[in-house]
Design a protein around this ligand. Structure first.
Ligand code: AMP
Ligand code: GLY
Length: 423
């Protein structure tokens, strides 16, 4: 089989690594990929938003299966373009990717189908939003409706901050057209858990849980980022929580999408908050998490290609999805200054230390080849993952492995997985 992966970050590197293990796959491409992915796949210089070019490549090269990694092309309908060309593709169509692409849509869906989430109101008009804020209680959460690289959420402590927030989202368009609409929702407290799942339109199979660390600095300080590290499984995702979510959230979401005529095939990523009133949905994503994929996929026992094919064919009910009884921790090595401004182009040394080690992974997020050397090329540069018998061992190993690679301006959090000690 010939497989094409669309994307070029750490998540796509993790997907590529999983796909590569499949005995069915004899040729793997990635577009655009990165310098790390180039070690296991042929990278093709097509950007993720060049749908026609991407589909033409798949046709010309007789690709049997294309897997879409990132959210933007999904929300913009890349799957529809591939299907129109009779190409086999994994991911939700545009009308289903809206589950992530519009927060207002997802909130209305949850309300209509009684899926637990924070109380909210949607706004198209800044004046109405400002009026609403006058009588709201604080803190309160403002969310740009559309995709904003995971950064379109503002937590406002008081009316003044919230007014500023409405201005920056809806009037100054800080997140572009993502801010044409806005959700204002109740502030919740509790632990966050990421649960990813495979969905074939009807059946949903849950993956092992994970936890992300979104803030840039130790102790959850600083700005929100795409994710500074993850661990899997989450010790807080107990069998009781799992039972609740299966009954009240997971299948209900899949059924709701079908009911709405928006059959969802692909990955649903449930961002959950474990509140004192039970688990509630913070957000849905329509793809693998990044860097959740970097801790969940190394623990997957199945052939990933088998599950993906079952999702496309609607036969997921016949698949048993299972995970190793171990744990994984991923520490992101970023460029100092991320997520605001940072320099690129520094040589990355020590990558060979990962060669031949089964329980260590160096996933490239932002790297490029320059003059025969691998250099930094993004805010998040590498995701260092280690597996271990338990979370503590995996964490110790992952942090040890962060010392194996060097580049100028290397930055990381030192408390990834600290929550494990409180479990
Ligand atoms: P989202 O992109 O919707 O997951 O939001 C990004 C982050 O903002 C989440 O991971 C939470 O940490 C935080 N957040 C989002 N919604 C809420 C909420 N209603 N209450 C408290 N924190 C929230
Ligand atoms: N790690 C969070 C996300 O992928 O959205």
């Amino acid at each position: 089989m010939k497989v094409l992966i669309v994307g070029g970050g750490g998540r796509e590197h993790a997907i590529a690594m999983s796909v590569k293990k499949s005995p069915k796959v004899d040729k793997l491409y990635c577009a655009p990929g990165n310098a790390g992915i180039a070690g296991i796949a042929e990278c093709v210089p097509i950007k993720v938003d060049e749908f026609e070019k991407m589909a033409a490549f798949a046709k010309d090269n007789a690709i049997d299966l294309t897997i879409i990694g990132p959210d933007d092309p999904l929300a913009a309908g890349i799957v529809d373009v591939f299907e129109r060309e009779n190409l086999r593709v994994f991911g939700p169509r545009k009308n289903a990717a809206i589950l992530e692409g519009s927060k207002a849509f997802s909130k209305d869906l949850m309300k209509k189908y009684n899926i637990p989430t924070a109380a909210y109101e949607n706004f198209d008009d800044p004046a109405a939003a400002l009026d609403y804020l006058e009588t709201a209680s604080y803190p309160i959460v403002l969310k740009a409706d559309g995709l904003a690289l995971g950064k379109g959420v503002l937590i406002c402590q008081n009316l003044e901050e919230a007014r500023e927030g409405v201005k920056s989202i809806m009037e100054d368009k800080k997140f572009g057209s993502a801010g044409n609409r806005m959700v204002i929702e109740e502030y919740m407290t509790g632990r966050e858990v990421s649960v990813l799942s495979f969905v074939d339109g009807k059946t949903i199979k849950i993956m092992s849980s994970a936890q992300d660390h979104k803030r840039a600095g130790d102790g959850d300080t600083g700005l929100n980022t795409g994710g500074m590290g993850t661990f899997s499984p989450s010790p807080f995702y107990t069998p009781e929580v799992d039972a609740f979510c299966r009954e009240q959230i997971f299948q209900k979401t899949v059924d709701a999408m079908r009911e709405e005529g928006r059959e969802f095939k692909g990955i649903i990523f449930f961002g959950l908050m474990l509140t004192k009133d039970g688990p509630k949905v913070l957000e849905y994503n329509a793809r693998f998490g990044d860097p959740e994929a970097q801790v969940v996929l190394p623990r997957l026992k199945n052939d990933l290609v088998d599950i993906i094919e079952a999702c496309i064919d609607g036969t997921l009910d016949q698949c048993e999805v299972s995970f190793e009884d171990n744990a994984a921790v991923c520490v992101v090595l970023a460029s100092e200054g991320y997520p605001v401004s940072y320099e690129k182009g520094f040589e990355i040394k020590g990558l060979e230390n990962f060669d031949g080690k089964e329980d260590y992974f160096c996933f490239h997020a932002g790297s490029a080849m320059k003059d025969g050397k691998i250099v930094t090329n993004g805010g998040r540069v590498l995701g260092i993952t280690a597996t271990g018998d338990d979370l503590k061992q995996a964490r110790e190993k992952a942090y040890k492995a962060t010392e194996w690679v060097q580049f100028d301006n290397k930055y990381m959090r030192h408390d990834i997985g600290k929550a494990i000690d409180e479990a």
